[in-house]
Write a protein that binds this ligand. Structure first.
Ligand code: URA
Length: 224
């Protein structure tokens, strides 16, 4: 489509949207090209499957690219796949994942409504922390995912995710309750679900973060 015609279509749809009409393919992605988001994500996943940019490709069974609604308003970003995720090729399917599903359900969200991804797409052996060179090599995939999905809120699960997205290096307990930003997108820091399994005392704070997430989401996407 020529650029001028495309702009006319975008302007027309914007006017219609203001008048209350809803369009399947028109929202914050602000461009008719948003129709291709799913295809572009698939292409990125395909590239990721071939990735050999760090040593983790040698020990992975599967890459764990990410899963969910590719037009999600909320994106959840964890650390790295564990044993079960590496087996399944899907994020958060082990114990921490089950807890995460319950946490979402508690604020009336489903995994299908959000998009879930990790910083690293391959499992670090023995679930050790990601190494800086692995994060550096892998972050391009996450950056591109965020750009394509264009969420309005990111729930940063744990300190690694928060550090990569915002540069914040301090303790999670000191920053949670605040909104930070990644490329203009709101970032809500919260505890990683795996940490909550061992630290029951963090559950109260986690619940507050979830309720805050729900409030922000409802403001953007009022319940009809
Ligand atoms: N922990 C993470 O950070 N991500 C997963 O996918 C699973 C566990």
């Amino acid at each position: 489509m020529g650029k001028e015609i495309k702009q006319l279509v975008v302007d027309y749809l914007k006017e219609m949207e203001k008048s209350g009409e809803e369009f399947l393919y028109f929202d914050r992605h602000d461009d008719v090209q948003s129709i291709d988001i799913g295809d572009k994500l698939k292409q990125l996943e395909h590239e990721c499957k071939k990735c050999r940019k760090c040593v983790l490709h040698r020990t992975r069974k599967n890459i764990v690219f990410g899963k969910g609604n590719d037009r999600a308003i909320i994106m959840l970003i964890g650390e790295a796949p564990g044993f079960k995720e590496d087996e399944a090729g899907e994020p958060f399917v082990g114990n921490a994942g089950q807890l995460l599903t319950k946490m979402l359900r508690a604020i009336d969200l489903t995994r299908e409504e959000v998009y879930i991804a990790n910083i690293l797409k391959c499992r670090p052996p023995k679930n050790r922390d990601p190494k800086p060179e692995e994060v550096d090599a892998c972050k391009v995939y996450l950056e591109k995912q965020i750009e394509l999905i264009a969420p309005q809120i990111i729930l940063a699960l744990g300190r690694h995710s928060l550090r990569l997205l915002t540069g914040y290096e301090g303790s999670l307990a000191n920053i949670r309750g605040n909104v930070l930003y990644y490329e203009g997108i709101k970032v809500i820091p919260t505890y990683h679900p795996a940490a909550l399994i061992y630290h029951q005392e963090w559950k109260k704070g986690s619940w507050e973060d979830l309720k805050f997430l729900r409030r922000l989401y409802t403001q953007i996407h009022p319940v009809k």
